[in-house]
Ligand binder design. Structure first.
Ligand code: NAP
Length: 285
C-alpha cells in the first residue's frame, strides 16, 4: 500500500464508525469560520494549488482529510503543517493514471477514515502545446490524468455513496471546457468530457441523495498558472487558491450543480459560448 499514514498528526475523535451522521447535521453555508458538516473527506490532487488549499480549509474546520497526489514529501509536509488543526491530514502517494490500483486503495482509505462524506477530484495536468504541435503522447497523458483519473476515482466513490445514500462529489473542471479553443485542444477536451461525465453522474445519483458539483475555475494563482505564464501567456486577475477553495466548499455545501469560480467567469463563459464559429476560428483565446 502506497499511502503514508504514519505522519498523520493526531486522530479526530469523531472520525470512526459513523457513516451517515454528517448527512443528518444542519447545513452550514459559512465554511471557513464554523465547523464543517462533513467529517471525512478525500482530496485527490492535494500536493499544491487548489487541492492543497482545500485540504487546509477542511482540516481547519475539523474534517479528517486524505490528501492524495504523487509527491509524497509535499503531502507529508502538508500533514505536518496542519498538525495543530482540528482535523487530521492523512497523506497518500498515488498516481491517478494507475487506474488498476484505485479500487483497493480507495477501500483502504475509506476504512482508515471510518467512512466518507466528501470527495474532491482536483488533479490536473495542462501541458503546454505549441500552435503547430500534434503530440499524441502528451495529449493522452493529459486525458489519462484529467479524465481517466477522475473517472477511475469517482466511479468508486459513486458506488459507495449510492449504497450509503449520502455524500458530495466535487470535480474541479475548468472554464477551458466551455469551447474548443485552438490553444490546447486536449486539455479543453478533457475538461469538457469531465463536465459531461459529472453531469451524468449527478443525474444517476440524484435519487440516492448524493450530490455532484462541477467547479469551473477561471484563473487561480497556482503552479499550473505560473507554467502557462512562463510560456508567454498574459494572465491577469487570478484569485488565490485559498479564495478558490472557499468558494468551492461553499458551492459544494449549497449543493450547486455547476459553478464558475470566481463568479465573473459565468459571464465570460456566456459570452464565449455565444461567439459564432466563423469569428471564434480567428480568435486566439
Ligand atoms: N490554476 C488555474 O488557473 C486553473 C483554472 C482552471 C482549472 N484548474 C484546474 O484546477 C485543478 C487544480 O490545479 P491547480 O491550479 O491547483 O494546479 P497545481 O498546483 O499544478 O495542482 C495540480 C495537482 O494535480 C496533481 N496531479 C497532477 N498529475 C497527477 C497524477 N498523475 N496523479 C495524481 N495527482 C496528479 C498534482 O500533484 P502531483 O504533481 O504531486 O501528483 C497537484 O496536486 C486542475 O484540475 C486544473 O485543471 C486550474
Amino acid at each position: 500500500m502506497s499511502h503514508a499514514t504514519e505522519s498523520a498528526p493526531h486522530a479526530h475523535p469523531e472520525a470512526a464508525g459513523d457513516q451517515h451522521a454528517a448527512a443528518h447535521e444542519p447545513r452550514d453555508s459559512t465554511p471557513s469560520t464554523k465547523r464543517a458538516r462533513e467529517r471525512r473527506a478525500i482530496v485527490v490532487g492535494a500536493s499544491s494549488g487548489i487541492g492543497e488549499a482545500l485540504v487546509r480549509q477542511l482540516c481547519a474546520e475539523g474534517v479528517d482529510v486524505v490528501a492524495l497526489a504523487r509527491r509524497r514529501e509535499r503531502l507529508e509536509e502538508l500533514a505536518l503543517s496542519c498538525g495543530g488543526s482540528a482535523g487530521r491530514v492523512i497523506p497518500c502517494a498515488h498516481d491517478v493514471s494507475d487506474f488498476a490500483a484505485v479500487p483497493q486503495l480507495f477501500e483502504a482509505l475509506v476504512r482508515e477514515l471510518g467512512g466518507l462524506d466528501l470527495f474532491v477530484f482536483a488533479s490536473g495536468l495542462m501541458t503546454e502545446v505549441g500552435p503547430n504541435e500534434f503530440d499524441t503522447a502528451k495529449d493522452l497523458e493529459m486525458l489519462a490524468v484529467n479524465l481517466g483519473g477522475c473517472v477511475a476515482w469517482t466511479n468508486e466513490v459513486a458506488k459507495l455513496f449510492r449504497t450509503q445514500r449520502s455524500g458530495v462529489i466535487v470535480g474541479i473542471s475548468s472554464i477551458a471546457g466551455e469551447r474548443g479553443r485552438k490553444g490546447n485542444p486536449v486539455y479543453g477536451t478533457s475538461k469538457a468530457a469531465m463536465n459531461h461525465y459529472l453531469e451524468a453522474l449527478r443525474n444517476r445519483l440524484a435519487d440516492f441523495d448524493v450530490h455532484v458539483c462541477t467547479i469551473k475555475p477561471g484563473f487561480v494563482e497556482t503552479a499550473m498558472l505560473a507554467a502557462a505564464r512562463a510560456q508567454g501567456r498574459s494572465i491577469k486577475g487570478a484569485i488565490t487558491p485559498e479564495a478558490a477553495a472557499k468558494s468551492i466548499l461553499r458551492a459544494a455545501r449549497a449543493r450547486r450543480n455547476e459553478v464558475f469560480v470566481p463568479f465573473k467567469w459565468t459571464l465570460v463563459a456566456a459570452v464565449i459560448r455565444n461567439i459564432p464559429s466563423f469569428l471564434f476560428k480567428g480568435m486566439n483565446i
